[in-house]
Design a protein around this ligand. Structure first.
Ligand code: ATP
Ligand code: MG
Length: 260
């Protein structure tokens, strides 16, 4: 996909959260979370179950609304009051269930909900030719290999399915792609494929926020790791600047218990 001017920002971060909090009744799901994400950067979000990762992603993708705090995109304040608003701001989320239609082919899945209209005189609602051309370009851009664009995706491998789900997010040329557990339930070689694909999103100068429980994947792919615990951001590490045990200690809070 060609670079759009929207990918080039000045000094402002692509995404910035300031002091974001979110309550569900008495449960504090997010507590004063600050987060920045820059163009061409892969940030991993890690933390134990219930740490607030999904809630944070929902806030960024416009599904949940923060009770307090600010969200800025390219340095400008935004109100992400629906997934549609988030999409219009260039944010696309690939959820863990991928939401692919198994009985439809790759092209139809890529354009689900964003079909290109064909000319009326052709007597058909969709411009299949245009969609196939665009589908090829997006798939090739991420080196996702699908033998046939016109067979149902139900029979494809887990890695190919993840590839299609990510490519679908790219049809609208987003600035920020959020991936929820993209390597969970994948075999070794498929996992490597998806990690490569995340690297190519970075090469395309997009921002990537990836939730993962797999610390090996995180260490391999993330430029920065943000650690959450009990709704708060408790640590942040830069690539090559931490060990697995430091990461685990931050996630579990072990380092706090030790100075008794
Ligand atoms: N809709 C909701 N209603 C009430 N409580 C919620 C809701 N969504 C999340 N919570 C609570 O907010 C906290 C954070 O949950 P969240 O799902 O964000 O954690 P998570 O880090 O994604 O965990 P996991 O790794 O298990 O997916 C938890 O205590 C959870 O029970
Ligand atoms: Mg979650």
């Amino acid at each position: 996909m060609p670079e759009s001017p929207g990918h080039v920002s000045g000094s402002a971060a692509l995404l910035e959260l300031r002091q974001v909090s979110k309550y569900f009744g008495g449960v504090r799901a997010l507590h004063d979370v600050d987060l920045t994400l820059n163009v061409g950067e892969v940030v991993a979000l890690v933390g134990d179950n219930g740490a607030g990762k999904t809630t944070l992603v929902k806030v960024i993708s416009g599904v949940e609304h923060p009770d307090t705090g600010e969200v800025l995109i390219d340095g400008a304040h935004v109100r992400l009051d629906s997934p549609r608003t988030a999409a219009a701001s260039g944010i696309h989320t690939v959820y863990q269930d991928l939401s692919l239609c198994d009985n439809l082919d790759a092209v139809r899945n890529l354009f689900l909900g964003q079909e290109r209209a064909g000319g009326r005189w052709l007597g058909r609602p969709l411009d299949r030719h245009q969609m196939e051309t665009e589908a090829r370009r997006v798939l090739e851009g991420l080196s996702v290999k699908i033998r046939s664009l016109s067979t149902p995706v139900g029979g494809l491998s887990g890695g190919q399915r993840q590839g299609i789900a990510i490519c679908r997010a790219l049809i609208s040329d987003p600035k920020l792609v959020i991936l929820d557990e993209p390597t969970a339930a994948l075999g070794v070689s498929q996992r490597a494929e998806v990690l490569d694909l995340i690297g190519r999103l970075r090469e395309q100068r997009r921002g990537v926020l990836v939730i993962s429980h797999d610390l090996k994947d995180v260490q391999q792919v993330a430029d920065r790791v943000v650690v959450m615990r009990l709704g708060a951001k408790v640590a942040e590490f830069t690539r090559g600047d931490y060990t697995s045990s430091e990461l685990v200690a931050a996630m579990t809070g072990a380092h706090e218990v030790s100075h008794g």
